[in-house]
Design a protein around this ligand. Structure first.
Ligand code: NDP
Ligand code: OXD
Length: 310
């Protein structure tokens, strides 16, 4: 059995190849080389792989993605139609995603931003206390990430609701299912946290029509993917005073171009796609376990449904 590890990112082979190989008996794990020949790989382990992978390695039986989102894979024209894709599930990301969203909201809801300004001015002044009922949080996508975000806010007594295709969500969270329920979900939300996967159906979902339905002084936290957001619409809603702020981790173009208005907008917080970076140790353990199950012909979790795109 041969595994090719293919990425266009800066991955230190010693940190990935050796630990993965150490967990898999009778398997040869090799690093993809742009200028190399086909190695006859059975399995590809990938993170943002080069397009040439699927052109050169014609005998692949499965691809294991070192991330939760698989949209980059679907963008590769040579990806074989029937090739099973297995994605990463949690691997340390969900807790970080919840922390990220919580930090974004609490900075405003507990007025920590305001206290930071007061400190810079050397002023001792108490700002009005939080009224949690004024901070209803709505979460788009209630899978591994969204569920953890929802449970974190709910544990702190924020009103929380969720939206997903099926309406499945954790116990105690008010759920809304499918496109028909979206307007009602938005109309009761002030803080919108997007944890959707990027698919044909979800692209551009954060636009003037949807964001404009949120409660007054709304906040957006986008940790899904950049193409979910119509950036000009958000800027217009912020500048019109219709929305109060946004915390954005993902962008249509990454890295975010130096002249992009988000960098300097007073009510936009930008981070460089770091909301939830997986733990390397947990990732390697999970992928190795999934590869072992695959080799034994056992059922796997995290298999992407090609027709849904996630
Ligand atoms: P999951 O597959 O576990 O969850 C996806 C959720 O989105 C499900 O609840 C699903 O509904 C819902 N969904 C998908 N399509 C639709 C639709 N058309 N309408 C309504 N609901 C929909 O994925 P994860 O939670 O693991 O990851 C989600 C995304 O988070 C990733 O795809 C990635 O883009 C992003 N991400 C970003 C990171 C970052 O650092 N910024 C890190 C990790 C992930 P249902 O349950 O009914 O199927
Ligand atoms: C992911 C990501 O999808 O890091 O895992 O964005």
């Amino acid at each position: 059995m041969k595994i090719v590890f293919a990425t266009q990112e800066q991955f230190d082979p010693a940190e990935w190849i050796d630990p993965l190989a150490a967990r898999l008996a009778d398997v040869e794990v090799m690093m993809w080389r742009d200028d190399g020949p086909a190695v006859g790989a059975d399995i590809a382990v990938v993170f943002n792989p080069p397009a040439a992978l699927f052109e050169r390695e014609r005998g692949l039986r499965a691809v294991f993605n070192l991330g939760a989102g698989v949209d980059a894979l679907f963008g590769l024209p040579a990806l074989p139609a029937g090739l099973p894709i297995v994605r990463l599930e949690d691997a340390g990301m969900a807790a970080k995603m919840a922390e990220y969203a919580l930090h974004a909201v609490v900075s405003a809801s507990r007025r920590f931003d305001g206290y930071a300004s007061l400190q810079r001015e050397g002023r001792w002044r108490q700002l009005p206390e939080i009224d949690r009922s004024a901070w209803p949080v709505g979460i788009l996508g209630m899978g591994v990430m969204g569920s953890r975000v929802a449970k974190t806010f709910a544990a702190l007594d924020y009103p929380v609701s969720g939206w997903s295709r099926s309406g499945k969500g954790p116990d105690g969270i008010v759920m809304h299912a499918g496109a028909a329920a979206l307007p009602d979900f938005l109309a009761r939300t002030r803080v919108l946290v997007n944890t959707l996967p990027l698919t044909d159906e979800t692209q551009d979902i954060l636009c003037r029509d949807t964001l404009g339905r949120l409660l007054p002084d709304a906040y957006l936290v986008n940790v899904g993917r950049g193409p979910h957001l119509v950036e000009e619409d958000l800027l217009a809603l912020l500048d019109e005073g219709r929305m109060a702020g946004a915390t954005l981790d993902v962008f249509r173009t990454e890295p975010l171009p130096a002249d992009h208005p988000f960098w300097r907008h007073p009510r936009v917080t930008v981070t460089p796609h770091v909301a939830a970076i997986s733990s390397r140790r947990e990732t390697i353990a999970q992928v190795a376990e999934k590869i072992r199950s695959f080799m034994r012909g056992e059922p796997l979790t995290g298999v992407v449904a090609r027709d849904r795109g996630y």
